[in-house]
Ligand binder design. Sequence first.
Ligand code: FAD
Length: 288
Amino acid sequence: MTVPSALQSSASHAERLLEPAWAKVTAITPEAEGIATYWLKFIDPAMQAAYSFLPGQFNMVYLPGFGEAAISVSSDPEDRSVIGHTIRFVGNVTRAVSRLKVGDLLGLRGPFGAPWPMAEIEGRDVIIAAGGIGLAPLRPPIHYIMNHRERFGKVFLLYGARTPSDLLYPNEYKKWGEAGIQVQVTVDRADEKWQGQVGVVPMLFYRFRMDPNSVVLTCGPEIMIRFVVYEGLARRIPSEKIYLSLERNMKCGQGSCGHCQLGPYFICKDGPVFRFDALEAFFNVEEF
Ligand SMILES: Cc1cc2nc3c(=O)[nH]c(=O)nc-3n(C[C@H](O)[C@H](O)[C@H](O)COP(=O)(O)OP(=O)(O)OC[C@H]3O[C@@H](n4cnc5c(N)ncnc54)[C@H](O)[C@@H]3O)c2cc1C
């Protein structure tokens, strides 16, 4: 996969990739139990104006005394005024982030990684399949598609979470639907108020006739990704039209330390977005 132009850096951009720059928390949106979106601005306005990312890229989020964690950018790539990170509080860094308040600072390094291939997939139908917090790195492509709706064919969002209260961004589905995205949501376990679908994300493929020229973008638990790939292939969507975003433990974020290696690839540098045909040998769908 080619290096995105955003990463072909000037000296100052290269420095930003090595050294965290301070950003202020301007707002916090609680999303679900143990998950919130942090809206950030670099304290240096010139840096904020210069910062751009491509859908699917991530930043290393840094808190002194706790360390760094890779976190996808979940906001609109064309809104340069703010950077959104949707964070699940699971460990050292992310639990420390959960204690931040509006006005506090955290460090950002980035953006890193190969993005979703938004320009290459223009003209096609797009199936976005996400599970749980896997919707966070897929929200920028949703924004991108809404910003350039005429460039895409039919667009389906197939999204699932464990319970209704685990669904991310529920207040945005109506707006996405009005922009011509067919939003289908499912949960593993309903509660008494839930009137929607119950079941796993790959099941949602059965609700539509999908064109074999479609493109699939998927992120979520690996077991879900495997079944999404399987459903895509079963509809004759070729493996080079199926893109997935993978998470692995990361340290440096730029292919030096080897923490996130998968076969010949570094997830941080060659991914996190991969074409399925590149990963097929290391990601055996038939196993399941
Ligand atoms: C490219 C990329 C993009 C990512 N984007 C996001 C994002 O947008 N939002 C987000 O919240 N996370 C994201 N992650 C995951 C995040 O980097 C990890 O969860 C990271 O380990 C958190 O750091 P920590 O120091 O808080 O936890 P650590 O101290 O590293 O981990 C603590 C414990 O939590 C476990 N753990 C780690 N990750 C998870 C997980 N995802 N679910 C359950 N248990 C886990 C670990 O196995 C460990 O036992 C992304 C990861 C990658 C590689």
